[in-house]
Write a protein of this length. Sequence first.
Length: 157
Amino acid sequence: MKSRMDSPALIVPDMSQALQALGKALFASAKKTGIPSRTLFLAYLRASQINGDSVCVELHSRNAFAAGDSTERLLAVSAWRETEYFDDTERAALALSEAVTRLNDRVDPVPDDIFNEAARHFDVAALATLIAGIATANLWNRLNVSTRQVVTVSAGK
């Protein structure tokens, strides 16, 4: 497999640095608001699975694993509703991630029940961080999928 072109994040002047700064700001906000990085990685992983972004699926899986998540949980993210691996807060984040990612799938893209359940588990600052993080994951997904970015795996893995 070969990419169509380099990522626009590498071509557009200052874009990569801006997106990296945004990522750092989101994780700093998550730490300040009490969102575990594992929860963010799960939400980002789910968006990346839906969007078919292999680069981000691999990245967020590795990051979640490094943050202490288990292989079993990571393998179950795409079927999170059918498992007992995720607590109510993680389920709210995963549902929100799916809704924000699938904006065109329903008349009311992010229905009140999904938003209100997330708001029950996250205060306003944490919810803003989670929504901005999901939107950022979707931005990266769209850059990677449209240019067919390829996961590079070293030999022996």
